[in-house]
Design a protein. Structure first.
Length: 735
């Protein structure tokens, strides 16, 4: 967000009119980057009326005249008046704030005309300001308490005088910055006060400016919550000034009514003449009986004449000094003094403090005018030949999907005022580098780039941005990960894991069946809790008929503990049913589909061999089908093109069997996951996805429900996993 709360200069330039002014009207209304359009209009008013004396040379060979205001914590507001009567306004903020673009104005005078007029007008303006110095009057005391939301007591100490007074202010916070504007009563006059405080960096600044010309600037520290703040600065005379802003609660608290009462009670007394004890002024030196001729030489012209008239002791030295300076003070050749009544009849003379400040300003302006003349002569030669346009260099123009990215650099000998890409303002860093994004439709687009320098010269170019070929929509699935959650260990459990993808006696592959088995062996360990040395895995050519039978009749029978062992069997591969559907076979690596009785393993026999070991429970996962079709579209037996429906068969009492399909369906692969569809969701459910009631246990029923729902969805209803046996059996116990 953009900093809000600027010094009084900007808020007032659209309201005051001066004798010698540059009058401008805003021609751009883009408030992007600002907190609101209302705030934008406050900072950059529709109409401006600016004093000639506020402008200075831009320098660096530019023909522009510059009006610049340095705000707190790195904020700079600048208005550049160009030779074509246009003006460009910029507002520079730190890198962590949102950047704003330039603002354009049309003015009634060019920078060259202003430069010519400035020399003759600046001195007149200063003289007028000196002659119109006024002391505080009753008009300064017309303060409305309703204009301010906050009212506090404050103690002010300038090392010699301590004042208990009041301050009223309004505060606005935007992001990390808190800005306050208000009034404070100091030494008989109401003065403007402005503070800024960065909550994050603790940077602070305060300034006080009074109608008499008295001012104070410094920094402050915010105390702990509810304790107020303390500040230290220097005033117009170089004196150290300290203040303590008291908290809103406690003995120093002041209500709105009490604030009003304080004004009524204290203002009249405060208007009585008060003598500020500051550093010794030249007026005080002139009236001092201890002054000498060296002191007289340091007096201003006005006080030279006053001393010649009013100080008999030093009137001769003052008259001599007046003659040396060419002054006519109304005093003769001798040190004749005027009667006392003559001195008292002199017009009211402004305070010494204000006169000193005005004299210093006159001296500074005279020095500036002298430097201006020299700079003008130097610039004439440069400006007469300065017709170089800004150059635009494109480093890259790339796309990512529909977003185009353009990077480049702008070079110019006067500086870059603005860069626009397709009409949108783009930020340029101090080295001229820029970065912009744009929408690139299918087929590409051309982007128009315009760079404008501070002299009002512009360059344009067009850049082609082509869009990369778009990718087609795709579906993805999470990668399987058996290590996600730790499960309980079952030391008495056994697992037989079989997966056959490539067969010896048929070209019909069971796609991804071997990968299913290799991954499931880790799920047997990590989720079913089977010790790794009690998991036997047979894949492809190691899963022939002999090896499968020996695994059940010998290894499983010997490893199982009667009545204590939980057995898990996983098979992924081809399955077939007899012609009448009454028998179901599992096809080993060397099995021939045409010789099922001779080369395949009858499912009932496999169950019978396992049951013979007398385990406590048996859970079987079969990612196979018995219809005669493969995971692809092939038929295992060409002479049997019609799928066979396997009849449901009974299972032993302590068996729970989960199969990939119904009797006449095909077990399909999940191509995006590179696994069998049933196997993928079986293992994904074991990770915890199937724990429907979140009790840290997954039963056979919960696992089947999860697998069935997802397989039906992904197969469009053509594959329905089935469950036989005990649905309440707990398969996974998470720790």
């Amino acid at each position: 967000m953009l900093l809000i709360g600027l010094v009084l200069f900007i808020s007032s330039i659209g309201q005051k009119t001066w004798a010698n002014t540059v009058n401008c009207e805003r021609t751009s209304d883009d408030s992007s980057g600002w907190r609101s359009s209302k705030f934008f209009n406050q900072i950059w008013p529709k109409k401006l009326s600016l004093k000639y004396s506020e402008f200075s040379e831009a320098g660096g060979g530019s023909k522009a005249m510059l009006l610049q205001v340095q705000h707190s914590v790195g904020f700079v507001q600048t208005l550049r008046l160009l030779p074509n009567k246009k003006a460009i306004g910029t507002f520079v903020v730190p890198a962590n704030y949102e950047q704003t673009g330039v603002v354009r104005y049309r003015c009634d005078i060019s920078s060259n005309q202003l430069r010519t007029s400035l020399q003759s007008t600046q001195k007149e303006v200063v003289t007028a300001e000196i002659n119109n110095v006024k002391t505080p009057t009753e008009s300064h005391l017309k303060v409305s308490v309703d204009d301010y939301k906050n009212h506090r007591k404050v103690t002010v100490n300038d090392s010699k005088v301590t004042q208990q007074t009041v301050v009223a202010y309004n505060s606005v916070r935007n992001g990390d910055l808190n800005v306050s504007e208000g009034i404070v009563f100091v030494s008989g006059e109401w003065c403007n006060v402005h503070t800024t405080f960065n909550i994050k960096t603790k940077d602070s600044q305060f300034s006080v400016s009074c109608p008499s010309g008295y001012s104070v600037q410094g920094t402050f520290e915010v105390l702990t919550a509810g304790k107020g703040e303390i500040g230290t600065g220097k005033d117009t005379f170089g004196n150290v000034v300290q203040y303590k802003l008291h908290p809103t609660k406690g003995k120093f608290a002041i209500s709105r009514q009490a604030f009003n009462d304080w004004i009524q009670k204290n203002t009249p007394k405060s208007m009585q003449k008060q003598q500020r004890k500051r550093i010794l002024s030249d007026t005080e030196i002139a009236s001092s009986n201890t002054a000498d001729e060296q002191v007289v030489q340091k007096l201003t012209d006005l006080n030279i004449c006053r001393t010649a008239r009013n100080n008999p002791k030093y009137s001769k030295a003052a008259v001599d000094e007046a003659k040396r300076r060419g002054l006519k003070c109304g005093v003769g050749e001798t040190s004749t003094t005027l009667p006392a009544s003559s001195a008292s009849s002199q017009p009211n003379i402004p305070t010494s403090a204000k006169l000193l400040a005005a004299q210093h300003k006159t001296d500074e302006l005279e020095q500036q005018l002298a430097a201006l003349k020299a700079e003008q002569e130097k610039q004439k030669k440069f400006l007469s030949n300065n017709t170089k346009l800004p150059t635009i260099t494109i480093a890259s123009a790339t796309t990512t999907g529909a977003q185009g990215v353009i990077r480049g650099r702008i070079n110019d000998n006067t500086g870059i005022a603005e860069l626009r890409i397709d009409g949108q303002k783009i930020a340029v860093d101090s080295n001229g580098n820029f970065f912009a994004t744009t929408y690139v439709p299918e087929g590409g687009t051309s982007v128009n780039i315009e760079a404008i320098d501070l002299a009002g010269l512009s360059s344009t170019m067009s850049v082609r941005v082509d869009r990369a070929t778009s990718q087609t929509a795709s579906i993805s699935f999470d990668r399987l990960n058996p290590l996600k959650r730790k499960a309980a260990i079952n030391n008495d459990a056994l697992a037989l894991v079989i997966g056959v993808s490539d067969y010896k006696e048929t070209n019909a592959k069971a796609i991804y069946a071997d990968s299913d088995a290799k991954v499931f062996q880790d799920y047997a360990v990590e989720k079913l809790g089977v010790p790794r040395n009690r998991v036997k895995t047979l894949v492809n050519d190691s899963a022939d008929e002999k090896d499968m039978l020996l695994a059940t009749k010998r290894w499983l029978a010997r490893a199982a503990k009667q009545g204590k062992t939980d057995v898990y069997i996983f098979f992924a591969g081809h399955g077939l049913a007899s012609d009448d559907g009454s028998k179901m076979y599992l096809l080993p690596y060397d099995g021939a589909p045409e010789l099922l009785d001779d080369t395949a393993i009858l499912r009932d026999r496999l169950f019978s061999d396992v049951a013979a070991a007398n385990p406590r429970s048996v859970t079987v996962f079969l990612d196979t089908c018995y219809s005669g079709t493969t995971r692809g579209t092939d038929m295992l037996i060409a002479s049997r093109p019609i799928a066979i429906r396997a009849l449901e068969q009974s299972i032993p009492d302590n068996f729970t069997v989960m199969t990939a399909t119904a009797g006449d369906q095909t077990a399909k692969p999940l191509e995006e996951a590179k696994h069998g569809m049933f196997s993928y969701f079986l293992m994904k459910g074991m990770e915890g996805e199937a724990d429907a009631n979140n009790d840290n246990e997954i039963t056979a029923g919960e696992l089947h429900s999860y697998v069935r729902t997802n397989v039906i969805k992904q197969s469009s209803g053509s594959q329905t996993p089935e469950l036989q046996g005990d649905a309440t059996r707990v398969l996974v116990r998470f720790q």
